[in-house]
Design a protein around this ligand. Sequence first.
Ligand code: KE4
Length: 434
Amino acid sequence: MPLNREKSLAEYRRAQAVIPGGVNSPARAFGAVGGEPLVIHRGQGAYLFDVDGNQFIDFIGSWGPHILGHRHPAVMAAIEEALKFGTSFGAPSPYEAELAELVIEAVPSIEMVRMVNSGTEAAMSAIRLARGFTGRDLIIKFAGCYHGHVDSLLVSAGSGALTHGVPNSPGVPAGCTNDTLVLEYNDPAGLEEAFRARGDQIAAVFLEPVCGNMGVVVPTSEFLRTSRRLCDQFGALLCFDEVMTGFRVAYGGAQELFGVRPDLTMLGKIIGGGMPVGAYGGRKDVMRNVSPVGPVYQAGTLSGNPVAMACGIATLRTLKLENPYPRLAERTARLCASLVSAAGKVGLPHSCANVGSMFTLFFNPERVTDYSSAKRCDTARFAKYFWGMLERGVYLPCSQFEANFVSAAHSEQNLERTTAAAVEVFSELAHCGE
Ligand code: KE4
């Protein structure tokens, strides 16, 4: 039955009058599913509650940070303790080295790390560092991978993959994307061709080692290993964007899971535990080029903010102590299997991908392996699925091209209720031919 959204709608209208689209990030605007977004009052464990008091099982988890669920006691206590001493000093604080040490201990390839305030900042800084370190300008990214709203990465493939990228947002000058090549994800041959043609100009290859921004797309081992081999062969840097996968698919991220070590890693989301934190780190000989030690400039007023650091420290310490990863992976796989079985029973074309506690149910019968196959999903059917689940108290990411996240706070009952809701929605979709 339709949700009571009276207060949500009023609050959203109010926001629309003063904030573009009523949101501080377009991903929240329900653009891909239609209708107005819910205005959320609070989160607790596996749940979100909107301003009308509706309760939802939450599979967004703030787009990844809440692997422990909302308001984990240890995380809340750490924030409250840090607040006793102030919010920001504009000077080094002990919290910063403590979080850096936890990150370095966890992520195999990171020997030194710099904290920033978002994944976007991590990506833009890593690009500048890779170009500064190699003295080269060309960077490679892959269609469907998202690394934040960095000018040089808001780009579509040029006329040919080997020609310069074309901006895909107004306000991005061609000069910002001329040195960006956009290739196909999971296409080692295409990458080989690009290096053969322009290898001595390539500063870095950027990729999501499990893509979460086409929906979940799993890399082939050949793709990852070819990326590593070619970067070594031609003196380019391999940069893993683990903003989403870091501390998500394993405590050491996708690079621990797949055994491929990048030269630089970008982090975000979970390392802030819900507070604004991003980071980039990697080989010491590369990181030593970052100001003030080296010439590559990067700075930030609130980078390494003590309260945000305390939140991230508590989050990582809890993950290290509790090691929820095997249970998260098992539960996520079981949930996916039940969704696949339910969709299959009513003949809905679908496929599903899951790695650790991130998953996507695609309304596309083929396996989604790259941007071309992702674009063949039935997004209209996804929108109906989204709303059907929302009306049954299950809050999914509002786009087919996003990852769902299972948290340590999701109970067996939550997953059973999610499956029961999906069975009803799939039956409706199948029987009204939508
Ligand atoms: P932020 O600047 O949003 O902290 O991080 C950008 C970013 C970088 N790299 C990856 C792999 C990412 O997934 C992201 C951001 N993820 C999106 C959702 N897929 C955040 C949601 C939003 O933009 O509001």
